[in-house]
Design a protein around this ligand. Structure first.
Ligand code: 3H9
Length: 689
């Protein structure tokens, strides 16, 4: 075996060259691999190879271009040079694929003469998730194999296909046996080497669709999935590049692809999405908690409280394969929860998202119980009772008395002090906060709240659990509202101040949706219920617009009106809201003035950045990127804007500080984060390099 360089080796079996790529963890196509492939192909040909098998070590074939290289000057050889060397090879080059062939990884394989894959492999072009398009010929080669519509679907969704589907589509030439990829690739090479016909190259094929057919497919896609294109630049560029492939001039198509790729690579959207990619992986890392800290085994779980949250959590646990004992003293509440679980699971069968056997298995894993005694043997219990400290502490005392030692006791509180809950048990180190967002079976964010005493392996288990549930687990320290709700509370206060100053609720909501949020603060309040967020029924004194509306029974969509009137289907700001605004303005002596959209945007977002800086300086989060991920996953912050701290860096921290100071001077109850002020003064950034 010959070392080509640190990541590529060349071997030989009966005249067949085996080019092995080994760049852990995912064989991303960084400079060393690109150099190694180029030199390896040359060395194999110099050695008289009759065929070349390109195969990867480790858990996967290539995961694509090395994303960490983006944003820096690119160093040759680039991937197209490797591809050109492969396509120019006089002997067949065969890609042998296991794991995932993604992005540039699949594009490398598409330049090979043949592709072989084990059935468990998957292949895809996920660049769209990074705000990019396949920039190494993927937009030109894939349509030549699967046609325009399918290529568009794969590239704009970014979803990989299984090797068996890839075989049906012709992306893969043959399937190999699981565990025998190399043997089968060598056997395949023997079959195809020395054939007299010219070697097949995808680039030499014609796209079956005409430009008109491509235009029609693009129009259909835009009509069927308008949200793909809202705020995101890459899907439109992908359409343009794929359309260019139908002119059947390969080189011209590649030139067009490169132009569009470079435009995306320089875009803010792509920078934001790449930041989200790395941040998503960073959030699961806890400083000081190494791989040696194993998660505790969890199979049997319990949920206490059969309300909306408890039912949603039950659904999430069932879907992830856990057994669940749902406990509530109220038999009627249990019955309703069980009915909702069954309906939700069966709805998924009806929608074709779940097969019947899997649905039956999920439902069979649910047990209902009226007493916590049934949780004696549980590995994990999640409490989701009403948000009152005394009640939660009572539940934890009861759990402490019955649940086996070593089990994890979690509270789904959204703002209460997890330490105070842990303190009533004899095992505070086994207590943790697991803050789900409603609906708990759907929303991606899971805040993992670490109390003072929490054991490392309990934290590790919570991080493992988040992954298992398909959620993004973000670790938070104990504070009022933790990460996402604490930040959004500041946004709500800023919105209220601007509403009294002269902006209307619908203007404020529109500015937020224009920025890319799924809805603005007032539409969200109407959806969630004005009575459940921030209204203290017992101490309501009719001083705020929300209190006035709540006292008059305008609790949001569920009562037909809140900030908006919902009767007509198209929500309009209600007369009760306008009257309440007038009342508060009159009492506080505020004369309304016209407020521009820019003032609303910065007014609502600056305070989030300021509060985020406080989370960093108080040590509530490990890193600023955690804040970005919490708001992307929990509140629909548009991923193409990268989260609040990324946004703050982009607009400039010093401008934010100046604007906040001006608001403070006007008497607004904002306290400036010293960290934010220091970083702004030094020209530093939170997350941008
Ligand atoms: C592209 O190809 C552009 C071309 O069209 C044009 C070129 C000219 N680069 O996700 P994991 C790291 S764009 C650098 O936890 P898993 C990742 O950060 C690319 N690093 O593992 C993590 O690092 P750390 C298109 C990468 O088993 C570690 O690997 N390709 C890359 O759950 C493990 O990752 C994609 O978008 C990369 N390409 O999932 C695929 N990929 O340990 C992106 C991963 O320090 N990757 N890392 O935190 C994935 O989807 C998943 O990583 C994969 C493995 C499915 C491969």
């Amino acid at each position: 075996m010959k070392s080509i360089n640190s990541v590529v080796t060349l071997d030989r079996v009966d005249g067949i060259a085996i080019l092995r790529l080994d760049s852990p963890p995912v064989n991303a196509l960084g400079l060393a691999l690109r150099e190694g492939i180029l030199a390896g192909i040359a060395a194999a040909l110099d050695g008289g190879a009759r065929a070349i098998v390109l195969i990867c070590e480790g858990r996967t074939f290539c995961a694509g271009a090395d994303i960490a290289e983006f944003g820096k000057p690119l160093v040759a050889p680039l991937l197209p040079e490797d591809q050109a060397a492969i396509e120019a090879s006089p002997v067949p080059v065969i890609a042998a694929i296991h794991g995932t062939a993604l992005g540039g990884g699949l594009e490398l394989a598409l330049a090979c003469h043949y592709r072989l894959a084990v059935p468990s492999a998957s292949l895809g072009l996920p660049e769209v998730s990074l705000g990019l398009l396949p920039g190494a010929g993927g937009t030109q080669r894939l349509p030549r194999i699967v046609g325009v519509a399918r290529a568009l679907d794969m590239m704009t969704s970014g979803k990989p296909v299984s090797a068996t589907t890839a075989r049906e589509l012709g992306i893969v030439d043959a399937l190999a046996r699981e565990g025998h990829l190399l043997d089968d690739a060598i056997a395949f090479a023997r079959k195809v080497e020395g054939a007299s016909a010219p070697l097949p190259r995808v680039r030499d094929r014609k796209v079956a669709d005409t430009p008109e057919e491509a235009a029609a497919a693009i129009a259909r896609l835009r009509q069927q999935q308008p949200r793909l294109f809202q705020g995101f630049k890459a899907p439109g560029h992908i359409c343009e590049a794929v359309a260019a492939s139908t002119l059947n001039d390969f080189e011209a198509g590649i030139a067009e692809e490169l132009r569009l790729f470079q435009d995306l690579l320089a875009s803010d959207e792509s920078a934001a999405q790449i930041h989200a990619f790395f941040s998503e992986r960073a959030v699961s890392k806890v400083p000081g908690l190494g791989k040696e800290v194993a998660a505790r085994p969890v199979k049997a779980t319990g949920v206490i409280g059969a309300g909306t949250m408890g039912t949603g959590i039950t659904l999430a646990l069932l879907a992830a394969g856990f057994t669940v004992t749902l406990v509530d003293r109220d038999a009627e509440a249990l019955r309703r929860a069980a009915a909702r679980v069954e309906k939700t699971v069966l709805d998924q069968v009806a929608k074709g998202r779940l097969n019947e056997d899997a649905a039956k298995a999920q439902l069979a894993r649910l047990t209902l119980a009226e007493s916590v005694e049934s949780l004696a043997d549980a590995d994990l219990v999640i409490e989701a009772v009403f948000e009152r400290m005394a009640l939660k502490q009572q539940v934890f005392r009861e759990l402490d008395a019955v649940v086996r030692p070593g089990a994890i006791l979690a509270t789904n509180t959204s703002f209460l002090d997890v330490d105070a809950i842990a303190a009533v048990t004899s095992r505070p180190g086994d207590v943790i906060g697991l803050h789900f967002f409603a609906p708990a079976n759907i929303m991606r964010l899971l805040e993992i709240v670490r109390g003072k005493a929490v054991h490392g392996d309990v934290l590790a288990t919570a991080i493992w659990l988040a992954r298992k549930l398909g959620k993004l687990g973000v670790v938070s320290g104990v504070c009022d509202g933790f990460i996402a709700n604490r930040l959004m509370a500041r946004r709500g206060e800023a919105a209220d101040a601007l509403m009294l100053a002269g902006a209307s609720p619908d203007q404020i909501d529109r500015v937020m949706t224009d920025h890319g949020f799924p809805m603005g603060p007032y539409r969200m309040m109407d959806l969630v219920g004005l009575d459940v967020v921030g209204w203290d029924r017992e101490n309501s004194a009719g001083r705020t617009v929300q209190e006035i509306l709540c006292e008059a029974g305008h609790w949001g969509q569920k009562t037909g009106s809140g900030y908006y009137e919902h009767a007509s289907g198209t929500p309009v700001v209600s007369s009760a809201t306008l009257a309440a605004i007038d009342t508060v303005r009159a009492r506080e002596g505020i004369s309304p003035r016209p407020i521009g959209d820019d003032e609303i945007l910065s007014g609502l977002l600056d305070v989030i950045v300021n509060e985020g800086a406080k989370l960093v300086e108080e040590g509530i989060v490990y890193r600023a990127a955690d804040i970005d991920m919490a708001l992307i996953a929990g509140y629909g912050w548009p991923v193409y804007r990268g989260g609040p701290m990324f946004w703050g860096d982009a607009v400039g921290l010093s401008g934010i500080v100046e604007r906040l100071k001006a608001r403070i001077a006007q008497g607004q109850p904002i306290t400036l984060s010293p960290l934010l002020e220091r970083m702004a003064a030094k020209g530093q950034r939170f997350v941008r390099a």
